[in-house]
Design a protein around this ligand. Sequence first.
Ligand code: AMP
Ligand code: ZN
Length: 462
Amino acid sequence: MRIYNTLTHRKEDFVPIEEGKVRMYVCGPTVYNLIHIGNARPMIFFDTVRRYFEYKNYEVNFVSNFTDVDDKIIKAANAEGVDSSVISERYIEECKKDMAGMGVRPATKHPKATEEIDGMIKMVQNLIDKGFAYEVNGTVYFRVRAFRGYGKLSGKNLDDLKSGNRTLLVTGEDEKEDPMDFVLWKPKKEGEPSWPSPWGDGRPGWHIECSVMSQKYLGETIDIHGGGEDLVFPHHENEIAQSEANSGKPFAHYWMHNAFLNIDNKKMSKSLGNFFTVRDISEKYDLQVLRFFMLSAHYRSPLNFSADLMQAAKNGLERITTCADALRAYAGDQEKGGAKQPELETYREKFEAAMEDDFNTADAISAVFELVKYANTQLAAGCEKDEALLALALLKELCEVLGINTEVKKDTLDAEIEALIEERQAARAAKNWARADEIRDLLASRGITLLDTKDGVKWKKA
Ligand code: AMP
Ligand code: ZN
């Protein structure tokens, strides 16, 4: 398996620290609002990475945090006149609902920053003791110059950064030894949540959270650390500095970053007003469509969100589920384990080759479409039922890796049509022919034809 490593700028063979096991950490959302579809991209992608490792029989320990102490959460809490925890707990619950809708499985562990403060204080103290951090007026800073590897992930050079940040020196940050030094612990302000510490009451900086939670739940060195590409600098650069200064060991072997999701070819942002939450999308589409759309591009390519592309994703997904339905209708849905069919295995091989090449989900989906085409041809030719069962089992297995359920819920339109058909049946049973005819006409006006068959009423869209 090859993975593109942001740290080395190339694809590398994946060699786990411990055979058969993967330890991965993905930076989770700051919970002050409903998650947006940009946040959904790393969630869906890294869930797929985890699923693929599990398909390859790895045991995956997957940790993803909730940042539940932050300026934006405090601002939202003050606006509503409630405690920060009311805001963060509310949006953690909402986030979990969106994740379930998108087929994103809960991580092995979802630590919350506010429950890990003791560990943060310990790491900050250790960094001070080792000369990597210092305290000024209740604020603790990381001394970037003391950590030799600073800049190795982002490729940034401290002297260039310093000249770019000269203005900071005149804006009140002169208590820092170096303008690039970053905050590990900040003193309490009125109306903000705080915890006691050796440096006075205060709260942790953002970067230290992930270093501490990753180390606690996964160990000092992990296999994979992931997140969106905006996190490379400063967040991940700072995580590396803190963790490696603290332990003296490499922090993560592979750094994976997804590219951004744009809307109508523009950066998605609140100020531009081109902003969708996952909840907004769920009102128009099954969230499986959003998932399928996200996976239709390689994770390192920017992805553009538009109504046309969502429609294309919806159609693509329907091709798959329609094929699965046809296979089921033809052969039933009993388990068909063990046997392998050589032609079918070529689609599995293509799927795996794509996923092994830095998780190329776009090519993996192409392999699924090829399988669908083959299965449809087999059905049309009146294949053996066993063959249809094998094709169905493979289709389900590969879709499961992508987090796609081949048994889609009927969309709301279908449910509405079925309710009308039931009403028509009831009208006929009650010999209310006028209402029965009225419903038939209503459905006809929507392009639905009813067929009275010996197995009951069937319908089709024109
Ligand atoms: P945040 O809540 O801003 O810390 O973001 C949580 C995760 O979502 C991080 O991994 C971000 O990199 C990622 N993210 C935020 N916006 C986007 C976007 N437009 N496209 C892709 N990933 C994003
Ligand atoms: Zn993080």
